[in-house]
Design a protein around this ligand. Structure first.
Ligand SMILES: *[C@@H]1O[C@H](CO)[C@@H](O)[C@H](O)[C@H]1NC(C)=O
Ligand SMILES: *[C@@H]1O[C@H](CO)[C@@H](O)[C@H](O)[C@H]1NC(C)=O
Ligand SMILES: *[C@@H]1O[C@H](CO)[C@@H](O)[C@H](O)[C@H]1NC(C)=O
Ligand SMILES: *[C@@H]1O[C@H](CO)[C@@H](O)[C@H](O)[C@H]1NC(C)=O
Ligand SMILES: [Zn+2]
Length: 966
């Protein structure tokens, strides 16, 4: 699934603090995690990572040893093909329901003798045929045993067919079913999505099968290894469009049951898994171009209005180049004759890689230059790149079972940067994996509640087990360790192994060690490459144990050592690891600016490494952060690095400048380094113009705002940050000719937002005048918004913070009238920035009224308000006063209690607040905390940890800021 599933990339970045768009993805999560009863760790960082860290693998309940009580299909039958006809009704029936009807013939081979057929079926109303829920016939020579009984096994979601005799091994059989299902608006299986165009309500029938909802559309063997060919026919209203994985083959207008209909049949699919099937009926339009020399038809589908406005152009322009790139990267041609991509008004995940018919949220596929920011544009690019990577890795070759999901998603999350870089080579997009994935998942993987990438096959059985795997560990840690692997093998060796893997297993299934085997073969055929251990042995340490190491380098002696890095120095790791939390670590490094031969740290300690330096030389390790670990040095080397930063920072590679800031702050939080060293790494930023180090600094400084914006540290801290940001602000004023131009480089466009955000936040007059002026101009002429889309989130926020009721009410009006989702999100976020308690209280009340704030936006709106120092207490009081009604109103639905609790208590760091949390826990013991139970525990733990950290460090921090502001 699209990475947007758990993280909004661009929002996670620029939007770390400004993250309006993030709200959308939180909802996506919420819906999936609603299935999950507890354990929502929610270390959310302002719209970034959803910190769901700990899938709780509960033993699968087993009612009996009957195979229909097992969640996994028996290995007795192998599907060959399906003939499937579906007819969704886009008008409400007389009973007030939307429905679809269908019929399916599944043809399968018996591979082990059995008198039982188990086929998945969920929430389908099966029609009785010859007295049973299904009919079995033989195909070819075999004779079919009679059906003795059929029934539905609800818990395991099977249609069970008990036969009077056994089927013969090698025989082919056909199972016919006829059924009706509800076309609900539940975003799962075959569902409906609604939108209004030109005042008319329109209905779309569409699908989301992954992971286990194909069975909700038709009875099928719904496991990824049960690949088959699908012959699909859709019946639909004349004038509407029907789409599926295969190309439309034939369209006939006819009459069925007295209704005029169009019958569209599709080319048979390739051999594929059920979870990447897609069926859509809509009245969308599309953009396409004449087929290129490679004969792949590329179409971008969306609402007619959106297509008319050209919102599909950007997606269309980048799709061809990305497909080309992957064809050459994988050395496998695109396996299908067409590539459809479609933007849906209601969609749960960010996107879904259905083979040949990829589905997206509108914000992940459509780009409107008038309203979309560069962050919105980057999101479109990277999500497309991610989904298209799955066309090969995931769809052509599929992991056998969901326990290997991390490899599928981690892989797509890594190569999406390569595909995106090919389409937008000037964006420097490959570097940003460090901010978006590596740093982001470090935060989650450094907790003792983390979990290993890989799960055992027998640990993952129920649909809820599977859903829990879609977390930041699978996506971002998966991407990070695969990037490390590609780097230490070198890209040519990596892609060589990849290509033979894809060729060997095309149209079938694998386990992750199959990929390791192919990479090993590529290594073995490359004499110039020598690894200290096999690919398997090296990688096992990274995927079978949770967490990651901090490597400590003593440059005076060359002694290297590794330790499991834990953010909370007092946390205890209860899970044992067969590798004792030691890793095989590839160490790339530089000495005095010169690259050195990489070194492998293979033990806990190595006393004879070459990583030594004399008096004036500095050692820098983990170049470009290609390794999944943090680095610490002896204090002399830290001083030499600081000197280098302060004298000529350009000699340290830009990604490593970001690393130095991030590593020192995190080592300080873990009490490994003194916080003053971390603060000192920020001093040179007054000379820094690049995005990566600033982004990394702002990430870490935002923790400081939360910790100190209510204490005496605030004043000196503001003075320091203002001093730091002023040169960057002036720089952008200069290069944009007094804010009249858009910076030409993509990363500068982001960094301009950082400059305005921090300058206004720290009270730089010229910044506040600028944003107030723009906003006033807009208020005077609402039809002509003078604010560039890139800057809107931060400018709206700053102007509403500086303004009063008039600004707020104008923002509210604009929010209500916004016709573009991303614009509405920017305003909804900014409305939480007001400094007037009464406005914030009124806004909180609005969240109780679904005509004002849509239900899916309630949590994120309250959390935005809590982010505001003035809104903090108001939001907390609001939530605890209404806890019971929140629970009764939203319990069990898509409401994310985990996100709510962790968001509203994120600033907590005092003894008084800790007591309030404990009291809250006690007061509501009886009603409970829904999906927020684990988040509440985490919140208590993190408040306790911050309390201790502050006791030890607050004075130091205060006096450091004072010393700097002199
Ligand atoms: C994490 O560490 C804390 C101590 O700070 C301990 O109480 C808790 O049980 C540990 N959790 C796990 C999952 O190891
Ligand atoms: C580090 O990244 C930069 C920018 O992407 C690149 O130019 C450089 O070659 C990389 N260096 C190493 C050692 O990988
Ligand atoms: C950090 O260093 C400062 C002086 O630079 C010192 O006052 C402080 O006690 C140190 N903090 C800790 C926790 O060791
Ligand atoms: C920008 O504005 C300042 C003062 O308002 C003015 O002195 C300067 O010349 C302007 N620069 C440009 C490039 O217009
Ligand atoms: Zn994916």
């Amino acid at each position: 699934m699209g990475k947007g599933f758990y993280i909004s990339r661009s929002a996670g970045r620029v939007g770390l603090l400004l993250g309006a768009a993030a709200a959308v993805t939180i909802v996506a999560l919420a819906i999936v995690y609603a299935q999950e009863k507890s354990r929502n760790a929610a270390a959310d960082d302002g719209g970034g990572v959803n910190g769901t860290t700990a899938p709780a693998f509960t033993p699968t309940p087993m009612a009996s040893n009957d195979s229909w009580d097992q969640y996994r299909l028996p290995d007795t039958l192998r599907p060959e093909y399906y003939n499937l006809t579906l007819w969704p009704r886009l008008h409400m029936g007389q009973d007030g329901m939307y429905i679809f009807t269908g019929s399916s013939s599944a043809v399968f081979t018996c591979v082990k003798e059995t008198d039982l057929i188990l086929i998945h079926s969920k929430m389908l109303n099966l029609t009785t045929i010859d007295g049973h829920l299904a009919r079995l016939t033989a195909v070819g020579l075999a004779t079919a045993p009679a059906v003795e009984a059929t029934w539905l096994q609800m818990e395991t979601q099977y249609l069970v067919i008990q036969l009077s005799g056994v089927m013969t091994v090698g025989g082919s059989y056909q199972l016919d079913t006829e059924f009706q299902g509800e076309l609900a608006d539940d975003l799962e299986g075959f569902y409906r999505s609604e939108y209004v165009e030109d005042g008319v309500k329109r209905v779309v029938a569409t699908t989301q099968m992954q992971p286990t909802d194909a069975r909700k559309a038709f009875p099928c063997f719904d496991e990824p290894a049960m690949k088959a060919v699908f012959h699909v026919t859709l019946i639909h209203e004349p004038g509407t469009v029907a789409l599926s994985n295969g190309m439309e083959k034939d369209t006939v207008n006819t009459t069925i049951e007295g209704t005029d209909v169009t019958v569209t049949s599709f080319e048979p699919t390739k051999r594929m898994s059920t979870y990447v099937l897609a069926f859509i009926v809509c009245d969308f339009a599309y953009v396409s171009a004449p087929k290129g020399s490679d004969n792949i038809l590329i179409r971008i589908w969306a609402r007619r209005k959106a297509i008319e406005q050209g919102q599909g152009e950007y997606a269309h322009n980048v799709t061809g180049p990305i497909l080309k790139f992957y064809e050459s990267y994988f050395n496998v041609t695109y396996p299908l004759s067409k590539s459809d991509q479609i933007a849906l008004p209601d969609f749960n995940a960010g996107a879904m890689e259905n083979w040949g018919l990829v589905t997206y949220r509108e914000t992940a596929l459509l780009y409107d230059p008038q309203f979309s920011s560069n962050g919105n544009k980057e999101r479109v690019l990277t999500v497309i790149s991610h989904e298209l990577a799955h066309m090969w890795f995931g769809n052509l070759v599929t992991l056998r079972w969901w326990n290997d999901l991390w490899l599928n998603e981690g892989f797509a999350s890594y190569v999406e940067y390569l595909g995106a870089n090919h389409a937008e080579p000037t964006w420097n997009i490959k570097d940003t994996i460090v901010l978006n994935d590596v740093h982001r998942v470090f935060a989650v993987d450094a907790l003792n509640s983390s979990h290993p990438l890989s799960s055992r096959e027998d640990e993952i059985n129920m649909p809820t087990d599977i859903s829990q795997l879609f977390d930041s560990i699978s996506y971002s840690k998966g991407a990070s360790v695969l990037r490390m692997l590609s780097e230490f093998l070198s890209e040519p060796v990596f892609v060589k192994g990849l290509s033979t893997y894809l060729n060997q297993f095309a149209y079938s299934n694998t386990v992750y060690t199959d990929l390791w085997d192919h990479l090993q073969q590529a290594v073995d055929s490359t004499p110039s490459l020598s690894l200290p251990h096999s690919v398997n042995d090296i990688m096992n340490r990274w995927i079978l144990q949770m967490g990651f190491p901090v490597v400590t380098i003593d440059t005076s002696t060359g002694e290297l050592s590794q330790n499991h890095f834990l953010l909370d120095s007092e946390s205890v790791v209860e899970k044992a690891s067969e590798f004792n939390y030691e890793w095989y670590i590839p160490i790339t490094w530089k000495k005095a600016g010169v690259g050195q031969e990489p070194f492998w740290l293979l033990q806990k300690t190595d006393t004879h490494s070459p990583l030594t330096a004399t008096r004036n030389e500095w050692v820098l390790a983990n170049l470009n952060i290609t390794g999944y670990y943090r680095v610490n040095y002896d204090s002399d080397n830290w001083e030499r690095l600081l000197n280098q930063l302060n004298s000529d920072h350009q000699l340290i590679p830009v990604i490593n400048r970001a690393q130095i800031v991030d590593d020192t702050f995190n080592l300080a939080r873990a009490k490994i380094l003194n916080i003053t060293l971390a603060l000192r790494t920020t001093v040179y930023l007054s000379h820094e113009r690049e995005l990566m180090p600033w982004e990394s600094a702002i990430d870490n400084l935002s923790h400081f705002f939360l910790l100190f914006d209510r204490s005496e540290v605030y004043g000196p801290m503001q003075t320091y940050f203002k001093k730091l940001i002023t040169p960057l602000f002036s720089y952008f004023q200069r290069i944009t000719l007094n804010w009249t131009r858009v910076p030409s480089s993509h990363t500068d466009q982001y960094n301009q937002v950082n400059a305005i955000w921090l300058a206004c936040k720290t009270g730089l007059d010229s910044c506040q005048d600028l944003t107030k002026g723009w906003f006033k101009q807009w208020m005077q002429d609402p039809a002509n918004n003078p604010i560039h889309p890139n800057l809107r989130t931060t400018v709206y926020c700053s102007a509403i913070a500086a303004g009063g009721a008039e600004e707020w009410d104008f923002g509210w009006e604009m929010f209500k009238n916004a016709s573009i989702a991303s614009e509405a999100d920017k305003l909804r976020y900014a409305l939480a920035c007001s400094k007037q308690p009464w406005l914030l209280n009124r806004y909180l009340k609005y969240t109780l009224d679904p005509t004002k704030i849509r239900k899916q936006d309630v949590t994120s709106t309250i959390v935005h308000i809590a982010r505001n120092v003035v809104g903090q207490t108001l939001a907390w009081d609001f939530v605890r006063a209404r806890w019971e009604s929140f629970l009764t109103q939203y319990g069990g639905s898509s409401f994310s209690f985990a996100h709510l609790i962790s968001g509203v208590t994120k600033r907590f760091s005092s003894r008084f607040e800790l007591q309030q949390l404990q009291q809250f826990m006690k007061d509501n013991e009886n009603i409970g905390f829904g999906s927020g139970a684990f988040a509440l525990e985490q919140s208590i733990a993190s408040t306790t940890a911050k309390l201790k950290w502050l006791a030890e460090n607050k004075e130091t921090v205060l006096s450091w800021f004072i010393s700097q502001s002199k």
